[in-house]
Design a protein around this ligand. Sequence first.
Ligand code: FAD
Length: 494
Amino acid sequence: AEYLLPLFYLPFLQLVCPQGCLFFSLYIHPEIQQEARMTSKITSQSGVIFWFRRDLRLHDQPALTAAIQHAEQQSGWLLPVFIHDPAETAQTRWGFARMSERRRAWMASAADALAGELHERASGLLQYEGDTVATLLQLERALGNPLLVCEEIAAPEEQAEVEALRAAGVEVHTVWQSSLVAPADLPFEPRAVPDTFTTFRQALERAHVQAAQPLPPVVSLPALPPDALLNLVKPDSFSSEQRAEENIRDAAPAIPACVSDARAAFPTGPGRFTGGERSALQHLAQYCQRGLPHTYKTTRNGLMGMDYSSKWSPWLATGALSARQAWATIQAFETEHGANESTYWLWFELLWRDHFRWLHFKHGGRLYRAGGLGNAPAPSHYAENFARWCRGESGQPFIDAGMRELAATGYLSNRLRQNVASYLVHDLGCDWRAGAAWFEAQLLDYDVYSNQGNWLYLSGRGTDPRQGRRFNPDKQAQDYDADGRYRALWGPLP
Ligand code: FAD
């Protein structure tokens, strides 16, 4: 009976047919259950579920590599899984969906590309739509409680998922892998990271810390679970020929691709950038072929077009690109074409990304308090101001242009991100957490660490030694958009 699926889990396990967008609830024929119970007894310890989270790639994948080694040591199977959790699109307390359709489509495109890569390696990706913990628990029970391996995400909600699984008896092995520099290579414990970025960076540079080389791409994977087990976790309406032909990736939700606005600095959709690692690595290669790393420092404050900054972030966010892979490619570029201040500055920016990760190790949930790290009183909030800011109708043309670009494309330059965040908090008197939530919904490159850290920093409740900085939007517009082209590009519709 321990392998039977408790009925109350059933509504959570639904698979979506791509052709007709039909939902299937799992039905398990008693004979299959019986067969699986017997198979489970034999194979329960020899299988591994690999749960893809924000690491949708096969290159530089220490967590997946560990899972493969574990399965191979036991001559066992490996089941790759990705979960589309409806909680990610639920309403926020600020009155909008937590994840925009655009970001959802970007994630789905990354997951589908990963499924294709796995399929080419005679494996596959089982995609579910359901509550993350409940779905994984159901899988665990159906498959005889195998080891679950996944990347570690050091943010409260993501940690709570792993804790809930462990509390329910699942053996979960997590592997940290999203930073440029490995925790063991830091000159201090991650929990003792200096709060100030400059102190952090200088400590690393004094200690001559380097990023480790990325791991080579995974070329082969252990087999999927035997059919008797796989049938337990797949809709029985698919015949085994169909499944072999369509591969289990076809159980993904049908989420239409989002074609971005023609003015986008990060254009997405068919024939443009797509979510998978192939698209990411192609972009990285052409970024170097065109010599752009040599001019990054002088162009990085640009506002328009694809070339002023690296545009790695949307792939880094889903894990389709690893930070170590990006940096190793820049190092190879330096070897061939020479290093300069601009190539160094890409390292510098990736260290910002790392710093926000280590701050999570150190401060955890305190980064999510209204008052942040200090004892500041709860922020004020004016819902009407916030709504106008979101719509790009605050009346400040530079800010409004930025907010329209964000809503139309899911991407915004760093310069504009700083300006619109400062304006919301310091000029419109709104709660920084509402702004962070809007960015979370809109940004294709939403990254829990970087978003929380940057918002807290700009609100003056985080790790900015100056305790928050107000950007003067008129002066910023004069400095970075003197001819008004950016404001004209994203001006109000006539
Ligand atoms: P580049 O300028 O080419 O930089 C290269 C890489 O360095 C980036 O891809 C990114 O990984 C890293 N990086 C650069 N600047 C920062 C920074 N300030 N903080 C952390 N990492 C940085 N970045 C995200 O990836 N996800 C977010 O959710 C996010 N939210 C932000 C919210 C606010 C309020 C602000 C001010 C910044 C935010 N950033 C976020 C940081 C930064 O704006 C983006 O990383 C950058 O604009 C992405 O474009 P790019 O890849 O072309 O960056």
